[in-house]
Design a protein. Structure first.
Lengths: 364, 283
């Protein structure tokens, strides 16, 4: 049974000519870690704030633990929230920030001490206990915000881009800490982020949104392997999936600039007889430059000139133009190419995605 | 690193400022020096440099001050004024602070128009509404009471605007976090908003104190009982008394000036911030 249920949720701000969130439907199981991702302005934070009770719900119903919450005050929804800018109380010490809610909830002082000790210990804040937020680093402040959320034993954790103000290295370590906390506490968590890497690495399921509408809901690898449309395919994965305008005629794919490749019957059959103009998508790691693949798929070999390279250490990204579109191939660190090198590659047929040119829905 | 030329320029600037400050300070120095003298000594020193030098420390050095404290009720008036200022500061922070918070953070119809009205009220001189206030207080039967003196002075458009300007920049997510921490709106105001806005609270307190301390017109209308009079009225009644000597007059002026100088010295930062954030100074 679902623990949080959003049924046909709409949000339209007064004076706005369109809805910020449209017909949002989602069921979240107890203990699940759900990530809302999407570009800025897609409605992910608005949806989270509607769940928290900080935004009115224009239409639809919200249930938490079986109770309708549309009109319930935020404090009575059984939620704890971690904010993007931490929202710590600047004049209170770490300890007081964490214990403030418990005091207001009339928890006994012995119990408060026990819980604060536990939170401070689990989050590694012991030595900062009596410091004020201004004397803490970004990561430490975020840990205090987490501490304030976890001590209250609430049923639901809401996190609104909690790591977006941290530097890249700290973000990775905090990502792990949040995942670890989630596993230890088993709380139901909704995590809003614009960073698809955070969503992929932390969430049990991801909700991808665009213009206030859910594009796809699924497990991280489901979204990566089977995107519902071109937007999802492009949003999930780094570097972004390569897209080409093509014409499919029989088993032959013709690119805008005239290059042709033959696609095996196993792929064509999945298209259910669709032919003509469409969009072909393929991920960077599925463009192969290695000898083995080049020899196996020798007839489908293509050529391009490297325009830029990114040496990532563990792998290299090669940028070039092919089929009239900017392209990137993700190759192993041993496959070294320089700018200006002419490279030969093949597009792995089994890894191709085909999208409708008009609706951008994914066929395969 | 500062160059030699810059250093010389700074020294010259400091010297000019020092000389200028003497021009502004000389009446204060004169007042202070002569407040310890007898009238005969003041007259004798009038046209000499000695006018700026206090007399030698002897048994009669503080005579003028002792006379003021023992023979008049001026000390009581000063305590009264401090008491009124304390009430006005506390009530003013609560009332004007809440109004400023509402104008800054709570959505209600025509909120921006209300802000405009408050700003317009700032340019209305107290003298123009004092008759209405007086009639109002008189009708309520509050003349000659502390309540009657304090009540019309609590709401202050300048302070409301000052609070509003500061509260508008408070982050909304702290209020949201506080709501999840089971904090009521009033508790949030007193335990979060005011402590987070210490500077404006200090500024408003300083301005309120100076207002009350320097106010003459309103207390002179409301109070007739000598037990309730304020320092400014006391000053007037003492200095206009024919039996008061020149030295005593200067002593009483010194006594009423010192708290203001101390307040300016301690809170000059807050006063400047108040002027900067509203573009005007009250009091």
């Amino acid at each position: 049974m679902s623990f949080i249920e959003l049924k046909h949720i709409d949000k339209q701000y007064a004076g706005a000519d369109r809805k910020s969130v449209t017909d949002f439907n989602l069921e979240i199981k107890q203990g699940e870690f759900i990530a809302f991702v999407g570009p800025s302005g897609c409605g992910k934070s608005t949806t989270l704030r509607m769940i928290a009770g900080f935004e009115d719900i224009t239409g639809g119903e919200l249930f938490i633990d079986g109770k309708k919450m549309n009109e319930t005050a935020p404090r009575d929804r059984g939620i704890a929230m971690v904010f993007q800018n931490y929202a710590l109380y600047p004049h209170m010490t770490v300890e007081k920030n964490i214990s403030y809610g418990l005091k207001n909830m009339k928890v006994s002082s012995g119990e408060i001490k026990k819980k604060v000790d536990w939170a401070v210990n689990i989050l590694g804040l012991e030595e900062y206990r009596y410091r004020k937020p201004k004397n803490l680093s970004g990561g430490q402040r975020q840990r205090v915000a987490l501490g304030r959320a976890i001590v209250k034993n609430q049923k639901v954790f809401l996190m609104d881009e909690p790591l977006s103000n941290l530097d890249a290295k700290l973000r990775v370590s905090m990502r792990n800490e949040i995942s670890k906390l989630h596993r230890e506490l088993g709380s139901t968590t909704i995590y809003v982020t614009h960073d698809q890497v955070e969503a992929m690495t932390m969430a049990d399921r991801i909700v991808i949104m665009k213009d206030g509408v859910i594009q796809q809901v699924g497990k991280p690898m489901e979204l990566y392997e089977h995107p519902a449309n071109k937007f999802v395919a492009g949003f999930i994965g780094s570097p972004q999936m390569n897209f080409y305008d093509i014409t499919l005629s029989g088993d032959t794919v013709t690119f805008r600039t005239g290059e042709k490749i033959t696609v095996p019957e196993s792929v064509i059959s999945k298209l259910n007889g669709r032919q003509g103009e469409m969009i072909l998508g393929i991920r960077g790691e599925d463009i192969k430059l290695d000898e083995q693949n080049l020899s196996v798929y020798g007839n489908e070999k293509q050529q391009a000139v490297v325009e830029n390279t990114e040496v990532m250490g563990n792998e290299n990204n090669l940028y070039f133009t092919f089929g009239g579109s900017p392209s990137v191939a993700r190759v192993s660190k041993y496959e070294i190419s320089k700018i200006g090198d002419r490279i030969e590659f093949i597009l792995m047929p089994s890894r191709m995605h085909f999208f409708d040119k008009e609706t951008e829905a994914c066929y395969v | 690193m500062r160059t030699r030329k810059q250093k010389t320029a700074n020294i010259i600037l400091a010297a000019v400022l020092f000389i200028l400050s003497l021009f502004f300070l000389f009446p204060v120095i004169w007042m202070l020096a002569n407040s310890f003298k007898t009238d005969a000594a003041i007259t004798a020193d009038m046209n000499t440099v000695k006018a700026f030098v206090p007399p030698a420390l002897n048994g009669s050095f503080l005579n003028n001050y002792i006379t003021i404290i023992t023979d008049t009720s001026f000390l009581r008036y000063m305590v009264n004024t401090l008491f009124y200022a304390a009430i006005m500061i506390l009530a003013g922070i609560v009332v004007n602070g809440l109004a400023g918070y509402a104008l800054a953070k709570i959505n209600f119809p025509f909120r921006e128009r209300w802000v405009m009205i408050i700003m317009l009220l700032m340019v209305v001189p107290t003298e123009t509404i004092i008759t209405i206030n007086f009639l109002f207080v008189a009708k309520m039967g509050l003349l000659n009471t502390v309540f009657g003196y304090v009540l019309p002075m609590i709401v202050n458009p300048f302070n409301i605007f000052l609070f509003r300007q500061v509260f508008v920049s408070l982050p909304d997510d702290v209020w949201e976090a506080a709501q999840l921490d089971h904090c009521s709106p009033f508790k949030y105001f007193f335990t979060m908003v005011l402590p987070m806005s210490k500077t404006v609270v200090a500024t408003v307190s300083v301005f309120t104190f100076l207002n009350v301390w320097n106010d003459y017109l309103w207390p002179s209308l409301v109070f007739t009982s000598s037990d309730l009079l304020t320092a400014q009225i006391g000053l007037n009644s003492i200095t206009s008394n024919d039996n008061t000597t020149m030295g005593q007059t200067l002593a009483v002026i010194t006594m009423i000036t010192i708290p203001v100088i101390i307040i300016y010295a301690l809170f000059s930062k807050q006063i400047v911030e108040g002027v900067v954030s509203t573009g005007s100074k009250e009091g």
